[in-house]
Structure formats: structure tokens, C-alpha cells
Design a protein around this ligand. Structure first.
Ligand code: NAD
Ligand code: IMJ
Length: 268
């Protein structure tokens, strides 16, 4: 019998692109705690890479294509999970996308199509996925989605993604209410900036990482592994009384109200 906080639990992980993905660190942390896992990959472009990565570490894991923009693909993904496993204990949603131009230009220029695209992939997908996953889940089930501070405050260039993350966080609260009557919990992790594929192309990422190092209470950036450990907590029975929550895993950056190092020589 597997041991660990997730021993005997079966979970789905959406959003592994490569070894730097937050979803991959979550997968490793869940596997270490005894979980059995199934993965989705976005499409053929990522299939080989994700299959190689997952296959090396977790040869028994299930792997299926699932573009979250497509209701039919979401339905057949969870149908296959039902066929293979019969039931499901947890879901990690670690998926986001916006048009690159919308993360570079001013927010005020966001087109209707760009707004809809970001909301569809980054926020609505949690609703669609939860709807298909919930019937497979028993009381004690847990769903976790990845958010970012730009949902709460203006982070220059995060733009339409910030609006989508605000919608994601609000959606997780409404899902927590709906699915709570079945004993299923829904929470978000608000992770600090991390160098992943989704962050690599972003102008100003270096400044964001430096700013966290300077002003976060822990004076450093958070790691994928730390996000993975928090995911284990939210997926495990250790957090059985926690739902609808947004848990910051950001070295404390979000608690600050002023950014500047005090200079004792300036004291009155
Ligand atoms: P990543 O690029 O490794 O992961 C993003 C994933 O989204 C990829 O696997 C990609 O294939 C998937 N995806 C995009 N469009 C999709 C679609 N239509 N259908 C299915 N999958 C799709 O980057 P990451 O940083 O690990 O991002 C994971 C999550 O964490 C995202 O929600 C992101 O917003 C969030 N997040 C990231 C950071 C950061 O600084 N890296 C901070 C806080 C939150
Ligand atoms: C993304 C854009 C602007 C500022 C940003 C980010 N900061 C951080 C991110 C400060 C930390 C990374 N992040 C939290 C995301 O959620 C990224 C989402 C994302 C990234 C891309 C890049 C490539 C692309 N589309 C994207 N869509 C969403 O074409």
C-alpha cells in the first residue's frame, strides 16, 4: 500500500507543459505522497514532450489530450478517467492563456476577442472542468486552481490576465458553494512569480523577481516545489475544513503595504 498524505487518492493534473511547469512540481509532490495521477496535455504539439517527461518519472500515469476550450474534449477526458478509475479524488487546474499582445500593450486596448479568449481558457475552464469532474468525486474530493496577485492589484502588463484571474478566484468561491453540498472543496493557490514557460516570454519578469527578493518578507522568490507542497496540503484531508480560499504562496509579498527599506538615519 502506498504511504503519504495522498495515499490511495487518484488525481487529474491539467497544465504540464515541461519540467518547469508548476503543474509538474505539483505532480511530483502528489506522487511522493502516494497519489496515482492522470495528466492532460494541450495538443499534439506538447504530446511527445509531456509523454516523455511523465513516462520517465511515472510510468503508470494516464495521459490524455484535453484542450480546455473544447467542451467535448473535457467530457471525453473525464469519461476516460471514469472508464479507467471509476472515481476521482482531486483535480489540479494549472492552465492559463492570453494573447501575447494583450500582455504587452495597455489594458485599455484589449479587444473583445482577446478578453474572451483569456477568460475562456483561464477562468471559464475551471467551471467546465469542475462540472465534469464533480460527478466522479466523493465527499473529501478537492479541486485546486492556480492564481496570481494580479487578480487583486494592478501588476503592469498582467492586464487581461489579471481580470481573468479575478474571475477564476470568484469562480472558485461559487464552485465551493455549489460543490460543498457534495463534500467537495475548491481552493486557489496564488503563487508568486516563477520562471516557467508562461513567464519566460514576459518583459519585466526579471524586475518582478528582483522586486520580490527585495520586498517580500522572506526576501526571496517562491519555488515550484513550494507551490507543489501547498497543493498537497489543499488536496489532502489535512485541509478538510478549507474551501473557497485563496492561499498565497508568495514568500509573503502580498501582505506588504509599503515598499522601501527603512533608513534609521532618516528617523525624526
Ligand atoms: P506553464 O506554461 O508551464 O503552464 C501553463 C499551461 O497551460 C501549459 O501546460 C499549457 O499547455 C496550458 N494551456 C494553455 N492553454 C491551454 C488550453 N487551451 N487547454 C489546455 N491547456 C492549456 O506555466 P506555469 O507558470 O506553470 O502556469 C501554470 C499556472 O500557474 C497558470 O494558471 C498560471 O497563470 C499560474 N501562475 C503562474 C505564475 C508564474 O509566475 N509562473 C504565478 C502565479 C500563477
Ligand atoms: C504574465 C504577464 C505579465 C506580467 C506577469 C506575467 N507577471 C507574472 C506573469 C508579473 C508573474 C506570469 N503569470 C502569473 C501568468 O499567469 C502568465 C500567463 C500567461 C503567459 C503567456 C505568455 C505567452 C503567451 N500567452 C500567455 N498567456 C498567459 O502567448
Amino acid at each position: 500500500m502506498p504511504e503519504g498524505l495522498l495515499a490511495g487518492k487518484r488525481g487529474v493534473i491539467l497544465g504540464v507543459a515541461n519540467e518547469k511547469s508548476i503543474a509538474w512540481a505539483c505532480a511530483q509532490a502528489c506522487a511522493e505522497q502516494g497519489a496515482s495521477l492522470a495528466f492532460s496535455y494541450l495538443g499534439e504539439g506538447l504530446e511527445r514532450r509531456v509523454k516523455k517527461l511523465v513516462g520517465e518519472f511515472l510510468p503508470d500515469a494516464l495521459m490524455l489530450q484535453c484542450n480546455v476550450q473544447n467542451d467535448a474534449e473535457i467530457a471525453s477526458f473525464f469519461q476516460e478517467i471514469k472508464n479507467q478509475w471509476g472515481s476521482l479524488d482531486f483535480v489540479i487546474h494549472s492552465v492559463a492563456f492570453a494573447d501575447k499582445e494583450d500582455l504587452r500593450n495597455q489594458f485599455v486596448t484589449t479587444s473583445r476577442a482577446g478578453f474572451a479568449l483569456a477568460m475562456d481558457i483561464s477562468a471559464y475552464s475551471l467551471v467546465a472542468v469542475s462540472r465534469e469532474a464533480a460527478p466522479l468525486m466523493k465527499p473529501g474530493g478537492s479541486i485546486v486552481a492556480m492564481s496570481y496577485y494580479g487578480a487583486e492589484k494592478v501588476v503592469p502588463r498582467y492586464n487581461v490576465m489579471g481580470v481573468a484571474k479575478a474571475a477564476l478566484e470568484a469562480s472558485s468561491r461559487y464552485l465551493a458553494w455549489d460543490l460543498g453540498e457534495k463534500g467537495i472543496r475548491v481552493n486557489c493557490i496564488s503563487a508568486g512569480p516563477i520562471r516557467t514557460l508562461s513567464a519566460s516570454a514576459i518583459a519585466g519578469m526579471r524586475l518582478m523577481l528582483q522586486t520580490t527578493e527585495k520586498f517580500a518578507p522572506l526576501r526571496r522568490n517562491v519555488t515550484q516545489e513550494e507551490v507543489g507542497q501547498t497543493a498537497v496540503y489543499l488536496l489532502s484531508d489535512m485541509s478538510s475544513g478549507v474551501t473557497g480560499e485563496v492561499l498565497h504562496v508568495d514568500c509573503g509579498y502580498n501582505v506588504m503595504g509599503m515598499y522601501g527599506v527603512e533608513d534609521p538615519s532618516q528617523d525624526a
